[in-house]
Structures are given as C-alpha cells and as structure tokens.
Design a protein around this ligand. Structure first.
Ligand code: GTB
Length: 214
C-alpha cells in the first residue's frame, strides 16, 4: 500500500528541515518504508480537499489505503508500530518510549513554540521586549530539566526510539534562537540524531523540494 504524506509546496524555512514533514520523513526512513510526497501550496491547505484530510488545514498528513492521519505524534506512533527500529520489543520500554513522545510534544515543544511566536508573529507588538526574556527563561528551565535527565546518555531511555526522534525534532526548533547551544549535552544529543543516516535522507529529501527551481 502506497504511503503518501503532504508537505509545504515551499517551506518558509527554505529547507532547513524545521517544518513538521521532516519528522515524518525521518520516521519512515528509520523503519524503511517507502513513501510519496504531495506538495500543498499555502492557499490549498485551507480548501475543502485538504481540510478533509486535516481539520486544521495544516501539513503534514499521512495517507495509506483507507487510513488518513494528521498530527505528527499520531503519525510517528503509527509508523513506529509498522516497522522495526523506533519502538523497543519490551512492553514497558515501549510505554516509556511513548511517554517520551508525549513529553516532546506536550512539555518541550510548547515553550519552544512560544519562542518562535514571540520572535516572529508578535515581533511588532509593544510587549515583545518584555515578553521575550520571560519566554526564553521558560525554555531554559525546561531544557535544564531535560539535560539533567539525559545526563551523559546517548538517548533518553536505552536505544534510540520514536521518543528521541520527536525530542530531537522539537529541540531543532530551539537552535536558531541560540538557546540550544547553551546546553552542550542537548546540542550533542541533537547532533547524534542529525547524524543518523535516516535523518540525513529525510533532510536531503525535504531540502531538494525546497531548493528546486521555481
Ligand atoms: N500539531 C501539529 C502536528 O504536529 O502535526 C502541527 C502542524 C503544523 O503546525 N503544521 C504547520 C502548518 O501546516 C507546518 S509545520 N502551518 C500552516 C498553517 O497552520 O496554516 C510548522 C512550521 C512552519 C514553518 C517553519 N519554518 O519556517 O521554520 C517551521 C515549522
């Protein structure tokens, strides 16, 4: 059954891998599932055909036969269940990997997204200069806790898992702010994720899309 995901026709990041199709591509590469990509221009994301796949008019989506999924957490979980490499065999270890997936999306990504919002969406607001350091300190607090837990381990809980895949993906969004580099162990953790051949293939694929001639 063909797997088709959607991605930005042109990502606003120009191919730095920060749009969320990269994490789905990465998961598919880790488990070795081939996939196709349908590129969606911005206006089409809010039209009926795409809204039927994604109620919020966003990318990525995932189609496989009669199954349609949205939300990267759900998509990566589904992929991790489809092939080897992203979930451990032991049931308790698998439950912990899922816990790290939720932690990435529910506890680490939200403060990092606030950082992006205050810098870009609220960059012209009168409160921006007051709000930015507050938001930055919230990110620092969460990254301090994460670094404490990671310690000098390579991955969050034993072998690389879907929890690490999402955590690395989320942390990548903190890098442009410089905050990730304040935490050398987390920066090294992200670099380990980026060095994985599956990540390299996913990154190269999205880069090719976003640097193709107009
Ligand atoms: N919770 C959802 C999920 O995890 O799947 C969030 C999906 C989402 O935010 N999708 C974004 C989108 O479709 C693209 S990834 N936005 C268009 C819209 O909402 O109208 C977010 C993103 C966008 C741009 C960059 N960038 O340029 O660096 C990075 C990430």
């Amino acid at each position: 059954m063909t797997i088709t995901i959607t991605a930005f026709d042109r990502s606003p990041d120009g191919g730095k891998g920060l749009a969320r199709d990269t994490r789905v591509r990465w998961a598919l590469e880790e488990v070795g599932l081939p996939y196709e990509v349908r590129l969606v221009p911005m206006p089409a994301m809010k039209q009926a055909a795409h809204l039927a796949l994604h109620p919020f008019g966003q990318i990525p989506t995932y189609e496989e036969g009669e199954l349609t999924l949205f939300e990267t957490g759900s998509i990566v979980l589904h992929i991790a269940e489809r092939g080897p490499g992203l979930f451990p065999a032991d049931a308790n270890a698998r439950a912990r990997a899922i816990t790290w997936m939720f932690a990435a999306l529910n506890s680490v990504e939200p403060p990092i997204l606030e950082l992006v919002i205050v810098k870009f969406a609220e960059g012209d607001k009168p409160w921006k200069d007051e709000r930015q350091p507050l938001v930055e300190n919230r990110v620092r607090a969460r990254l301090t806790q994460l670094a404490d837990r990671l310690g000098d381990a390579d991955w969050l809980d034993g072998d690389f898992s879907a929890g690490d895949l999402l955590m690395v993906s989320v942390l990548l969004r903190a890098r442009p702010s410089g905050l990730l580099d304040e935490f050398p162990s987390l920066a090294a953790y992200v670099a380990r994720g980026e060095a994985r051949p599956a990540y390299q293939r996913a990154f190269a694929a999205q880069l090719a899309v976003n640097t193709r001639p107009a």
